[in-house]
Design a binder for this molecule. Structure first.
Ligand code: UD1
Length: 365
């Protein structure tokens, strides 16, 4: 790269789990104004206050320089809309490098546009594979990795997956996990702003044992029978231990005809509130990708309501247990974990506060 010229870097975010992956990169890239001229584009895939703006506030992210406002739609409509809008931006702004994170539709759409315009693509969180192509994210991961020049990985199984897919070794950089860089940078500032007292979860200054739920995968929430089975199970589990459930908008839509009598429900929470709840939980039930990783670092038992994971390191080295979506199975594992806990596990390599530093060093001109 030309050392005389500042590198024009377009960072892309689109959905809730993107914001905490980009925040450490912005913190780091901002330290080198002589080397980088960077911009932030938000595709607007997530647009509700609670799914987007709240995260900008909590993470101290700057307002996006460019907002595409694409919103929701079918997979193809949403991806296509992002591509059309992002192409227009790339032609105007002429970045040297586009940085995408994670595996959402915004990730693949922007990588596709950049690659076709011969702009280098850096993919943060490359190489993860669930080997389940019924997940839209798996398709997004494979395509994005094929199109990228810099593949930043979080773990060794990701390196191996990429090598098996024919990606040259010199494009693969094992740097660690930016989501964990973000968590470790914020964990000391989390606070009880949702007032656990009000939920009956704190008495005489002491926090009671409780469980935390998140659900949004189409495989769990889009089929009414599957969703009903899970919700009934959650009602049962809430008789054993108080359960808190901040509800994702996709799930809220599908839940219109169901009642959660015993579970405490609430709208989606901001980053710091959720981190507070997660770090103090006795158990987390989720189908999220990132939460499997965050609970591993926090040492909190995590039951993942899926049959597979693109993050097997969280099972092997962390606190994650795959339980699928059979209500009886989930219930019995949950009761067992609450009674017996889980064996002590270790912290995956490079899941520390230096991940963004490693990435920006590699990208630097
Ligand atoms: C998306 C990602 C998923 C990620 C998740 C995190 C894809 C294919 N999926 O799923 O990988 O784990 O984000 O949350 O990119 N909605 C709102 N307000 C919003 C956003 C969404 O009401 O701000 C509702 C809309 O009804 C929308 C639905 O949620 O149709 C789904 O949103 P979408 O962005 O398509 O996918 P997610 O389920 O959020």
């Amino acid at each position: 790269m030309n050392s005389q010229k500042r590198l024009r870097v377009m960072l892309v975010v689109g959905t809730r789990p993107n914001f905490m992956k980009v925040a450490p990169l912005i913190r780091e890239i901002s330290k080198y104004p002589q080397k980088f001229n960077w911009f932030l584009t938000h595709t607007g895939q997530h647009y509700d206050e609670g799914m987007s703006e709240a995260f900008f506030d909590d993470l101290g992210l700057p307002k996006p320089d460019i907002y595409l406002g694409v919103g929701s739609g079918t997979d193809a409509k949403q991806t296509g809309k992002i591509m059309v809008e992002f192409e227009r931006i790339c032609l105007k702004e002429k970045p040297d490098l586009v940085v995408v994170v994670g595996d959402v539709n915004s990730t693949v759409a922007c990588a596709f546009v950049a690659a076709k315009l011969c702009i280098s693509v850096a993919h943060v969180e490359a190489g993860l594979r669930s080997f389940d192509r019924t997940m839209p994210e798996e398709i997004n991961r494979i395509i994005t990795d094929q199109l990228s020049e810099y593949l930043f990985t979080t773990c060794d199984d990701a390196n191996q997956n990429l090598i098996k897919e024919g990606i040259p070794k010199n494009k693969i950089f094992f740097v660690g996990n930016t989501m964990i860089d973000c968590l470790l940078s914020h964990i000391k500032t989390v606070r009880d702003s949702i007032a656990l007292e009000k939920l009956g979860l704190r008495k005489d200054g002491r926090i009671r044992k409780y469980g935390l739920i998140t659900l949004h995968r189409p495989s769990n929430v889009d089929d009414p029978e599957t969703l009903k089975g899970i919700l009934n199970m959650l009602n049962e589990l809430a008789k054993e231990i108080p359960m808190i459930f901040p509800i994702h908008p996709r799930t809220a839509k599908q839940m219109k005809n169901h009642e959660l009598t015993d579970v405490m429900t609430m709208p989606p929470l901001g980053y710091l509130d959720f981190l507070f709840l997660m770090s103090n939980a006795a158990i987390v039930l989720t189908d999220s990708g990132g939460i499997q990783e965050e609970t591993t670092i926090l040492g909190v038992p995590c039951l993942t309501l899926r049959n597979n994971t693109e993050r097997p390191i969280t099972v092997k080295e962390g606190t994650n247990i795959l339980v699928g979506n059979n209500p009886d199975k989930i219930m019995s594992v949950a009761v067992n974990v609450l009674r017996n806990g889980i064996p002590g596990k270790k912290k995956p390599k490079y899941w520390d506060r230096k991940v963004a530093e490693r990435i920006i060093k590699i990208l630097g001109p």
